[in-house]
Design a protein around this ligand. Structure first.
Ligand SMILES: *[C@@H]1O[C@H](CO)[C@@H](O)[C@H](O)[C@H]1NC(C)=O
Ligand SMILES: *[C@@H]1O[C@H](CO)[C@@H](O)[C@H](O)[C@H]1NC(C)=O
Ligand SMILES: *[C@@H]1O[C@H](CO)[C@@H](O)[C@H](O)[C@H]1NC(C)=O
Length: 383
């Protein structure tokens, strides 16, 4: 009996509370969409009766039931569709109002509230509401900040490379070197908006790439070419060269000079303990700058040579290979000394080095008169 009365009371209460009271029955699922696409949010209501179901965003009422109520200036046509649309669907007891936000932009993100003002006999009304979240994702875009695409820094300086990117979610920034070599600190990649290079070295020059990725295609990247200025460094290929005098033999003296910006290269002859004389192209000397030498040169390095023709006693002594740029100069001393026999690769042929190409057949031909005279001489003796 007690149970029966209890049941009656329970049924009564539940009918009073449940009846005629609009409720939003389901959670409004968050909508995560890329920029430019269409976002949809559903509000499903039971016992709607004659109450209005409203969608509200940023304090602006967008819709009431199937009517767009937002100021038309906020509901212009973009790509053929109005910014906001609402679709009503009735499924049994339930009414579903789907808010459609067309051509999503970053400013469309945020909370959209579905609300119902429930009219009520006793007081002015009761607000029933649920929130839905709109997330507008967009791919990274590099923000061109104060970092330009080419930077020249001095060796030993500290360098801070910066890279900023917009995007939602906030992109991760990663630094790599484009040639695949490790970053100056030894890591292959570094996750940070900035890349600090302490006491930069000339070997740190190259292209640094900032990659911005937030898993929304496509990722973005920005390349910074880092040039490292340094005072020239000259290195002798051989510290001394020998050549015999007065036999019409040439000698080629060579050095390598690195430097950035591109140094001016000079050959000098040491004329006294304190003086040098700069050598120029003339009958005696030919100066060559090679940008490539059997792939043995480093970046910003040149192969620098001087040909001294028909070495005579005057030519012996010290030569200076020098590079000069606006950061300083570097030089190395190379000696030319006397020998009793011909030295070096130019001895085979008593010819100028620039004629060496294709010299094999010429050399053979040059022996022809000698051989002919030997043969003729032989026969003359026999006769
Ligand atoms: C909203 O509801 C409609 C049907 O009522 C359904 O087709 C659609 O997929 C739902 N959309 C979302 C975002 O839940
Ligand atoms: C990012 O770089 C800044 C500046 O060099 C540094 O202070 C910070 O610790 C770095 N963050 C990480 C996570 O390495
Ligand atoms: C950034 O990287 C971390 C660690 O790899 C990852 O968990 C996170 O999802 C990334 N963030 C974005 C926006 O891609």
């Amino acid at each position: 009996m007690k149970l029966f009365i209890f049941l009656i009371i329970f049924l009564y209460i539940s009918s009073v509370l449940g009846q005629d009271k609009p409720e939003i029955t389901e959670r409004i699922l968050p909508e995560i969409k890329p920029i430019g696409t269409t976002g949809r949010l559903n509000c499903t209501v039971i016992n709607k009766l004659d109450n209005y179901v409203e969608w509200v965003h940023n304090e602006k009422s967008l819709t009431q039931d199937e009517t767009i109520v937002v100021d038309p200036k906020f509901n212009q046509i973009v790509n053929g569709y109005p910014k906001y649309q609402v679709f009503h669907r009735k499924i049994g007891q339930k009414d579903s109002f789907m808010l459609v936000v067309n051509h999503l932009e970053p400013k469309d993100k945020g909370i959209y509230r579905c609300q119902i003002w429930v009219r009520n006999d006793q007081d002015s009304g009761r607000l029933v509401s649920k929130d839905g979240k709109m997330v507008v994702v967009f791919p990274p875009q590099i923000l061109q900040m104060d970092t330009s695409s080419t930077m020249t820094v001095k060796e030993k300086e500290n360098v801070l490379l910066k890279c900023g990117a917009s995007g939602n979610p906030k992109p991760n920034i990663t630094w790599v070197r484009v040639n695949g070599s490790p970053l100056p600190d030894g890591r292959l990649r570094a996750r940070n908006n900035t890349l600090l290079i302490n006491s930069i070295d000339r070997n740190d020059r190259g292209v640094y790439r900032c990659l911005a990725d937030n898993n929304v295609r496509p990722p973005a990247q920005f390349d910074i070419t880092l040039l490292v200025a340094f005072s020239p460094v000259a290195v002798a290929v051989q510290s001394s060269y020998g050549q015999v005098e007065n036999r019409m033999y040439d000698v080629i003296i060579e050095c390598r000079v690195a430097g950035f910006p591109e140094p001016e290269l000079k050959w000098h002859k040491v004329t006294s303990a304190t003086t040098w004389k700069q050598l120029k192209n003339d009958d005696k000397h030919t100066i060559n700058i090679l940008l490539n030498h059997a792939n043995s040169l480093g970046q910003n390095e040149r192969w620098f040579q001087i040909v001294i023709r028909s070495v005579t006693a005057n030519d012996y002594g010290d030569y200076i290979c020098e590079g000069v740029n606006n950061h300083g100069s570097g030089s190395t001393k190379i000696q030319l000394f006397a020998t009793s026999e011909c030295q070096g690769p130019l001895c085979e042929e008593e010819q100028r080095p620039e004629d060496r190409k294709g010299s094999a057949s010429i050399t053979k031909l040059s022996h022809l008169p000698l051989m002919l005279s030997l043969i003729i001489g032989y026969y003359l003796i026999k006769l």
